[in-house]
Design a protein around this ligand. Structure first.
Ligand code: HEC
Length: 88
């Protein structure tokens, strides 16, 4: 039994590490490490807040230079998965 449990425990973080489609592209601009940059880091944010921003960018209610176009490339479901991932 023990090896099975160890295997499961070992496998779970690996699954969580995998970025949903499109999520790693966010770090091209939103540096996960460089805090205080012109473009804010998304790490540590509330995922609901990130998802709400993406929604507002997508429907044009929040003015943007690039995020409006980027956000329109994702469905609401994709956007939610990305939001949960980029804040980690
Ligand atoms: C090409 C560079 C670029 C990429 C790639 C990018 N962003 Fe952005 N992001 C920006 C800029 C610039 C802003 C400021 C708003 C604007 O001008 O569009 C911003 C703003 C935001 C904000 C609002 C932040 C705040 O504190 O107000 C969120 C949330 C966000 N982006 C999420 C994302 C997510 C999620 C992704 C990946 C799908 C992503 N961004 C990819 C450049 C980028």
């Amino acid at each position: 039994m023990a090896p099975v449990v160890a295997l499961l425990l070992g496998a779970m973080p690996a699954v969580a590490e995998e970025a949903p489609p499109g999520a790693s592209s966010c770090f091209g601009c939103h540096s996960p490490t460089r805090e205080g940059a012109t473009i804010p880091s998304l790490r540590g944010r509330d995922p609901a807040e990130v998802a709400a921003a993406m929604r507002a960018f997508r429907d044009g209610t929040r003015p943007a230079t690039v995020m409006d176009r980027l956000a329109r490339g994702f469905t609401e479901a994709e956007s939610l998965a990305i939001s949960a991932w980029v804040v980690r």
